[in-house]
Design a protein around this ligand. Structure first.
Ligand SMILES: Cc1cc2nc3c(=O)[nH]c(=O)nc-3n(C[C@H](O)[C@H](O)[C@H](O)COP(=O)(O)O)c2cc1C
Length: 173
């Protein structure tokens, strides 16, 4: 699995998709048909989407958490846990700000765990206590404005991907 843009990175002087013999699955930043088609155009065999599926009816997240996703812009995320080599992108909240401040002054894993624990994450995700912990989320959140069902997400992407590729085809005739 690799970040979408990494499809373009050189590995041993070759594009990754040319350098490996296994199917490449793109992940990171894909939430609509345009991202999906772009990943396929870059050579991916398929995609993984994380953030998009948090903003769906079936997702067990608290309604306040889902509302937060709909309000968030692509600039509302930060990278945390770099200091412990577990870099993750998360929505900017009081917990994320605190972790960044702790990491800047060299906090230990034990200290960081008081904020980054899974228990605190559950409070954010399931209870809607939006500042209680770290909330994983991609920059693609800036492209998410609705709360469809999972089926609607996939159906819409496939329908729109068809339209995009047909438009491409007609411009190459
Ligand atoms: C709620 C959530 C939790 C995640 N947890 C992990 C994790 O524990 N380990 C990991 O490698 N990636 C994790 N990811 C990243 C996903 O595996 C996936 O690569 C990423 O979400 C794809 O990018 P996107 O969110 O822009 O679609 C998580 C993503 C989300 C949204």
């Amino acid at each position: 699995m690799m970040n979408s843009l990494m499809l373009l990175l050189k590995r041993e002087s070759k594009l990754t998709v040319n350098a490996v013999k296994v199917p490449v699955i793109a992940a990171g930043g894909i939430g609509d048909a345009r991202g999906f088609v772009a990943a396929l155009a870059l050579g991916a065999e398929g995609v993984i989407m994380g953030t998009r599926f948090m903003a769906t009816l079936e997702c067990p997240a608290h309604p306040k958490f889902k509302e937060w996703l709909l309000q968030a812009k692509e600039t509302d995320t930060v990278l945390v846990e770099r200091s412990i080599r577990n870099t993750a992108r998360a929505l900017r909240n009081k917990a994320a700000e605190k972790v960044l401040e702790m990491e800047a002054r060299g906090a230990t894993l034990e200290e960081l765990l008081t904020v980054i624990s899974g228990e605190n994450y559950k409070r954010v995700f399931l209870n809607g206590e939006l500042d209680a912990g770290i909330a994983s989320c991609g920059q693609v959140v800036g492209l998410i404005y609705d709360l469809p069902t999972v089926k609607e997400v996939i159906d819409t992407i496939i329908t729109e991907a068809r339209a995009i590729t047909q438009r491409f085809l007609s411009s190459f005739r």
